[in-house]
Design a binder for this molecule. Structure first.
Ligand SMILES: Nc1nc2c(c(=O)[nH]1)N[C@H]1C(S)=C(S)[C@@H](COP(=O)(O)O)O[C@H]1N2
Ligand SMILES: [Mo]
Length: 197
């Protein structure tokens, strides 16, 4: 096993999904260049199958209720990090301001730099999911997706899109970047949904 990685201790075993090893560091995993996004340039857009498309400035996002989340983070490349502390805006608090059309079924998440990932509506609209702008009490570092990233802790971390710029609601599933490239459409770490069949 590479240095800095270790098997879960007995007390942590039931919280680490199968096939994962732990690290106390927080590795950076990015495909391609790291976008440079200034908070004042953020316009977070909600579009597609919604009654009215909306765009939120950084200021508007910061004026929404703010919440904390402590969650374990599981990368499909087999490392997990326990107890990562995020703060930001709960997806459900943001979605209170949006009326979905009845035919909305899925969402495609768009990022600065062009990365995308897809979620079923039921995997997006969960209490714990958060648009995070703080990591361990500091602004999210650029490498880790700052100024704003999505955290969807119950799925593999490629769904936790960094440098997010918007949510596009769809009437049927459309696959994102890794999902088109052979990764699983859903990515539940407890079922080891790593690759598509
Ligand atoms: N925009 C964007 N988001 C992304 C990625 C990426 O390449 N681009 N990588 C994903 C993958 S595979 C993982 S494991 C996590 C890694 O987050 P971290 O770099 O903060 O550890 O971000 C996910 N979100
Ligand atoms: Mo990953």
């Amino acid at each position: 096993m590479p240095a800095n990685f270790f098997r879960p201790k007995t007390q942590d075993r039931d919280r680490v999904p199968p096939g994962q090893i732990l690290t106390e560091k927080f590795p950076v995993l990015t495909y391609g260049p790291t976008p440079r996004v200034h908070p004042e340039d953020v316009t977070f857009e909600i579009s597609g199958q919604v009654e009215e498309a909306k765009a939120f400035s950084w200021e508007a996002l910061m004026a929404l209720p703010q919440s904390d989340l402590t969650a374990d983070f599981h990368c499909v490349t087999r490392w997990s990090k326990l107890e990562v502390k995020w703060s930001g805006i709960k997806v459900l608090d943001l979605m209170r301001l949006i009326q979905l059309k009845p035919q909305a079924r899925a969402v495609l998440i768009h990022c600065y730099g062009g990365y995308t990932t897809n979620l079923a509506l039921g995997d997006l609209l969960l209490e714990q999911n958060i648009l995070a702008h703080r990591l361990f009490g500091e602004p999210v570092p650029r490498d880790h997706g700052g100024p704003l990233r999505l955290i969807v802790p119950h799925l593999y971390a490629w769904k936790s899109a960094k440098w997010i710029r918007g949510l596009e609601f769809l009437d049927r599933e459309e696959l994102g970047f890794w999902e088109v490239n052979g990764y699983h459409r859903r990515g539940d770490p407890w079922k080891e949904e790593r690759f598509s069949d």
